[in-house]
Design a protein around this ligand. Structure first.
Ligand SMILES: *Cc1c(COP(=O)(O)O)cnc(C)c1O
Length: 420
C-alpha cells in the first residue's frame, strides 16, 4: 500500500480506504514495505489492549469483535493468564522434549481430563495439530485397522479450513489458498459439508478418518443441520473410521460449551485444539485422543522443538482451569443468545442471513449495502473491529469477557453501519 495523499490536517488516505493519521499511515507503510503481503488488514494499528478493548497508535479505542479469530476468547491481558505466564517466565521457558519439564505433566493431565480422553500430543500452531492428526490417523489405519500400506484416505469437507501447510491446502477447495502451490499431497476425499449420506457413501475399506470442523469458521460460520454431527459419529463408529473434530476455532468456550461437539452430545475420537488454548499469549495447540489412537506415536516418529514447552504448558494449564470452572462457557451461551437475537432483527435491513452459535456469528450482507469489507470499514470508523470473509460475510467473535453493554453497542453500531 502506498500513501496516496497527505491532507492538510495531517491525515492520509489510501485508495478506497478511509483517511488515517500520519502515525497510522507510517506504521502501515513500514509493514507494507517489509512484511510479506499475505494479509490485507484493516487500516488500524493497535498499540495496546485490555479485555475486549484495543487502543491504536492515535489513542483511539475499538471494541475487538474478532478476538484474533477466537484466540482471545478470555480477553486481552487476562490477569490469570498473564500471572501464569509471568510466573513461568521466571522459572524456565524451554527445555525441548529431550528432557522433562515440571510444567508439562500438569497441563497434559488437565487437558486430557477436560476432553474426557487420556492422552495429549502438544504442538504449537493449529496447522501443526492438524498435520499431526493426519499422521496419527494414517498410522492408526495401517497399524490398528489394517489398511494396505500407503493407501489410507481421509475424508474432508467442502469449504474446509484447517491451516496453511502444503498438505493441508492440498485438500482445500479455496483457490486463494491453493493457486500456485502444487503438487499436492494425495490421500484426501472431499464431500459436501452437512450431508451425512454423502459422507457415508464416500467411506471405503481404506478410509482412516473423517476430518471436519463442527462449525466451519473461515467458510463463514457455516453451521451444519441439527443431527449432522451425531450422524457423523454414528457412521464413523459403525465403519471403524476415526472422527477428528477440528475445534481449533469452535472450541474452548466460543459456542457456549467446552467443545461445539458437546452441543450435539457427540464425542469424537480426536479433538484438535489451538487458538484460545494459548490464551492469546503464546501459540499452543494439541491433539487430544485416547491411547488406542495416539499410542501409535513412538519415540522419534513425530516431534516439535517447542511443542509442550514450559511457558506454553503453564498458560495452557490456566486456560484449562478456567474452562473447568464452566463460567466462560455459560457466559458465551447467555451473551450469545443476546447477540444472535440482536443480529437476527437486522435480517431484511441490509442483512440477508445470520448464522452462529454462542458468541460467534456470520452475518451475510445484502450486496446493495456494499461488500462485507465495506461494512467492516464503516464499523472501524465507529470503533468496532470486525473481519469480512468470502466477500459478503462479516464474522463476529468478541472476547467472551465482553460486557453486556458493549455487546448491545456492537449490535447498535452494526445497524448504524448498514444504514451508512
Ligand atoms: C485457525 C485454524 C486452523 C489453523 O491454525 P493456525 O494456528 O493458524 O495454524 C486450523 N483449523 C481451524 C478450524 C482454524 O480456525
Amino acid at each position: 500500500m502506498t500513501t496516496d495523499a497527505l491532507q492538510h490536517d495531517g491525515t492520509t488516505t489510501h485508495e478506497g480506504e478511509p483517511a488515517v493519521s500520519a502515525a497510522t499511515a507510517a506504521a502501515i507503510d513500514q509493514v507494507e514495505a517489509h512484511a510479506a503481503h499475505n494479509y490485507h488488514p484493516l487500516p488500524v494499528v493497535v498499540e495496546h489492549a485490555e479485555g475486549a478493548w484495543v487502543t491504536d497508535v492515535d489513542g483511539r479505542r475499538y471494541l475487538d469483535c474478532l478476538a484474533a479469530y477466537s484466540s482471545m476468547n478470555f480477553g486481552h491481558g487476562n490477569p490469570r493468564l498473564l500471572a501464569a505466564a509471568h510466573a513461568q517466565l521466571d522459572r524456565v521457558t524451554l527445555t525441548s522434549r529431550a528432557f522433562h519439564s515440571a510444567a508439562l505433566g500438569p497441563f497434559v493431565e488437565a487437558l486430557a481430563e477436560l476432553a474426557g480422553k487420556d492422552m495429549v500430543l502438544p504442538m504449537n500452531t493449529g496447522a501443526e495439530a492438524v498435520e499431526s492428526a493426519i499422521k496419527v490417523a494414517r498410522r492408526w489405519a495401517y497399524q490398528v485397522k489394517g489398511v494396505e500400506a500407503d493407501r489410507a484416505e481421509i475424508i474432508v469437507m467442502e469449504g474446509n479450513f484447517h491451516g496453511r501447510t502444503t498438505t493441508i491446502v492440498s485438500f482445500s477447495d479455496d483457490p486463494d489458498a491453493t493457486t500456485g502451490y502444487g503438487p499436492f499431497t494425495p490421500g484426501f476425499v472431499r464431500v459436501p459439508f452437512g450431508d451425512a449420506g454423502a459422507l457415508e457413501a464416500a467411506i471405503g475399506p481404506n478410509t482412516a478418518a473423517v476430518l471436519l470442523e463442527p462449525i466451519q469458521g473461515e467458510a463463514g460460520i457455516n453451521v451444519p443441520p441439527p443431527g449432522y454431527l451425531r450422524a457423523v459419529r454414528e457412521i464413523t463408529e459403525r465403519e471403524r473410521v476415526l472422527m477428528i473434530a477440528d475445534e481449533i476455532q469452535s472450541g474452548l468456550g466460543r459456542t457456549g460449551a467446552t467443545f461445539q461437539c458437546d452441543n450435539e452430545g457427540v464425542v469424537p475420537d480426536v479433538y484438535l485444539l489451538g487458538k484460545a488454548l494459548g490464551g492469546g499469549v503464546v501459540p499452543v495447540s494439541a491433539v487430544v485422543a485416547n491411547s488406542d489412537v495416539l499410542g501409535v506415536l513412538t519415540p522419534g516418529s513425530h516431534g516439535s522443538t517447542f511443542g509442550g514447552n514450559p511457558l506454553a504448558a503453564a498458560v495452557g494449564l490456566e486456560v484449562v482451569r478456567m474452562l473447568q470452572e464452566g463460567a466462560m462457557q455459560a457466559r458465551a451461551r447467555e451473551l450469545g443468545a443476546r447477540l444472535q437475537e440482536g443480529l437476527g432483527a437486522l435480517i431484511g435491513h441490509g442483512v440477508t442471513a445470520v448464522r452462529g452459535a454462542g458468541l460467534w456469528a456470520g452475518i451475510d450482507i445484502d450486496p446493495s449495502y456494499g461488500t462485507a469489507r465495506d461494512v467492516c470499514l464503516r464499523l472501524l470508523e465507529r470503533g468496532i473491529l470486525a473481519k469480512d470473509t468470502h466477500g459478503q460475510t462479516v464474522r463476529l467473535a468478541p472476547p467472551i469477557v465482553i460486557d453486556e453493554a458493549d455487546l448491545d453497542m456492537l449490535v447498535r453500531e452494526f445497524e448504524a453501519a448498514l444504514a451508512h
